[in-house]
Design a protein around this ligand. Structure first.
Ligand code: ADP
Ligand code: MG
Length: 583
């Protein structure tokens, strides 16, 4: 028996309901108003009073309207067909109706139920299986998509039968499993999972032990993110958060990408639909969209659905991770999500925390980031969810609660800076404030030595130090004037400019420069550090400036040329000549 209720109060999309029967926290429900049924979620229960947040506009809703509780939480539908799809936060399909918005109270089915998938069985009758074990496989694009024992199955089951190889739709029974009591359970290709509950379908979650290459030098060289790691990109509007995330999406070493776009402005939502499907995967030359799911909030949706979208996105990631794949989750921007939490909390008149955000904001953000990670599956294989979110702090204030809470939860911090963006020093990541805690992990240090040579982390430290000292020298030069400081100050400053222009700055729109493989990053950092190790004996600061400008110019040309191509070697030789003629 489902519980029911009647609407007793409405404040924007917060609706209070007098309920008969038990309802649970986060339970899904529908409010009937005229001939529309609006989806909603329970966010507070107090005796026979429930507060629900409606995922759509509540215009026209009245006291006394009927509410029906579903007895389950908001769920995501998981199965083949998720990739190359675009959904809103409630997993309504946005692919098939670009530009056309659903009418109020209309919800679509997330997966194509007619499409046939080429199935190959992986399990056989008699096998002992548990939740998330692989029963079979279909090809989704070029990725192997595992058909798994539903995550909701508890304990051990015995495979009674598995469908033979062939073409099937997602709702066909693909396997029959028998539980310990001898009861039979049918398994299809699609399963459901409550989005706000983490999928725990793995044996263990060890510490990340390798990095996820992104081809972006400020990340891979300076502050690498681990595979299965977490990072965040705070920055004011227009500093390049979206450009940086798209570069990571395009180039990151991942099998599956899930993009959760909580649009800052309406045109950005349009942008993601027009731009993302055009992006070409530089590794395969195919459309990036083939291995991407977009979760996007349409601009006519109230904030509550934005909150749901990050959870739906994470659940899809966990699903693909359980197949032994490397998944990359990008959320742009998580501030919108936090604002949704704030609006609801304020409407419920809860005691507010800092800046009127809910008191448990920090815990909510930490719990969400904790769902990322590298896992060892029951069969010993590994899968990972790497999570990078952007934060758009109002006025670029990094002391605001969302940034502070995220800082506690994420292990990499890529601070985009207005000043660098204004100077067109892209990506505008501040090299001094940013960090990656993974650089401190012994297993990551060892991994980096393996791919980039012994003592790599020491070299990275050295580069950061050059930047730091360069900034100090620059400050002194600004105060005392070019002639007021010793020559060495100019040299220190220009060495930091060399690191800045050649390692930190990278043109996201140049086909060569945008993507720097690790081997090339190693080569360039060694080259730059080698120059910085030299002691130049310049006559005056103008000679110093001119010499460094020339070097920067040649090294930039190298960055824009194919690695080790004739052009690349030509500029390298010119650089060598310059260095030899120098001192
Ligand atoms: P945000 O998402 O922070 O509001 P965007 O990512 O939209 O900012 O970036 C704003 C603009 O900055 C871009 O349209 C682009 O012109 C420029 N930009 C940002 N990053 C780069 C980059 N790496 N290379 C070149 N231009 C960039
Ligand atoms: Mg943006």
């Amino acid at each position: 028996m489902k519980s029911t209720g009647k609407v007793t109060g409405i404040v924007s999309n917060l609706v209070t309901v007098e309920v008969s029967g038990p309802v649970s926290q986060n339970e899904l429900c529908y409010v009937t108003s005229g001939d529309t049924r609006l989806m909603a979620e329970v966010i507070k229960v107090n005796g026979s009073q429930a507060s629900i947040q409606v995922f759509e506009s509540t215009r026209g809703l009245k006291n006394g309207n009927d509410v029906e509780f579903e007895g389950k939480m908001l769920e995501a539908t998981l199965g083949p067909g998720l990739l190359s799809s675009s959904y809103d936060g409630l997993q309504n399909d946005l692919t098939s109706m670009t530009g056309v918005f659903l009418k109020k109270g209309e919800y679509t089915r997330p997966l194509d139920e007619e499409k046939k998938w080429d199935f190959t069985p992986l399990a056989k009758p008699g096998d002992k299986v548990e939740a998330a074990d692989w029963l079979g496989e279909v090809r989704e694009g070029w990725l192997p998509h595992k058909i798994m024992v539903p995550f909701s199955f508890k304990g051990e089951y015995t495979v009674k039968s598995v469908a033979p190889a062939g073409q099937y739709t997602i709702n066909r029974t693909m396997a029959v499993l028998t539980d310990a009591d001898g009861e039979e359970h049918e398994v299809t290709m699609a399963q459901k999972w409550p989005v706000k509950v983490a999928v725990k379908a793995y044996r263990e979650k060890p510490r990340p032990n390798r990095i996820m290459e992104t081809g972006v030098r400020v990340i891979d060289t300076m502050n690498p993110i681990a595979e299965g790691g977490t990072g965040f990109i705070p920055g004011p509007f227009g500093c390049g958060k979206t450009v940086l995330q798209h570069a990571i999406a395009k180039q990151g070493d991942a099998d599956v990408i899930v993009m959760a776009a909580c649009g800052e402005r309406a045109n950005e939502v349009v942008e993601i639909f027009s731009e993302f499907p055009e992006l070409i995967d530089p590794h395969t030359g195919r459309h990036l969209m083939e291995r991407t799911t977009i979760i996007c909030n349409t601009s006519n949706m109230p904030v509550a659905a934005r909150e749901a979208s990050v959870y739906t996105a994470m659940t899809i990631c966990e699903y693909y991770r359980a197949m032994g794949l490397k998944v990359l989750l990008l959320a742009d921007s998580t501030s919108r999500w936090a604002q949704a939490l704030r609006e609801m909390s304020n409407r419920m008149e809860e005691l507010p925390g800092a800046d009127a955000f809910p008191v448990d904001l920090s815990a909510i953000i930490s719990n969400f980031y904790a769902r990322a990670g590298m896992v060892v599956l029951n069969n010993g294989q590994t899968g990972s969810v790497t999570f990078i979110g952007t934060v758009s702090p109002a006025g670029g204030n990094l002391k605001e609660p969302v940034t502070e809470s995220t800082k506690k939860a994420a292990r990499c911090f890529y601070a985009l800076e207005q000043k660098r963006a204004d100077q067109k020093r892209y990506p505008a990541v501040n090299p001094i404030d940013s960090y990656s805690k993974y650089l401190e992990y012994p297993e990551i240090q060892e991994y980096l030595s393996g791919i980039a040579g012994e003592g790599w982390v020491g070299k990275v430290e050295k580069a950061k130090n050059i930047i730091r000292r360069g900034k100090e020298a620059d400050d002194q030069i600004n105060i005392l004037g070019d002639d007021g400081v010793p020559m060495s100050y100019h040299e220190i400053f220009w060495k930091s400019e060399l690191v800045d222009f050649i390692i930190l700055q990278q043109d996201a729109f140049d086909p060569v420069d945008s993507l720097t493989p690790m081997e090339r990053q190693e080569y360039m950092l060694n080259l730059v550090l080698d120059i910085c190790d030299r002691e130049f004996r310049f006559e005056d600061f103008e000679e110093c400036r001119n010499c460094f400008k020339e070097m920067i110019n040649l090294l930039k040309q190298m960055n824009y040329s194919e690695f080790r191509s004739a052009n690349f070697e030509k500029y390298r030789e010119q650089l060598n000549n310059l260095l030899d003629n120098g001192k």
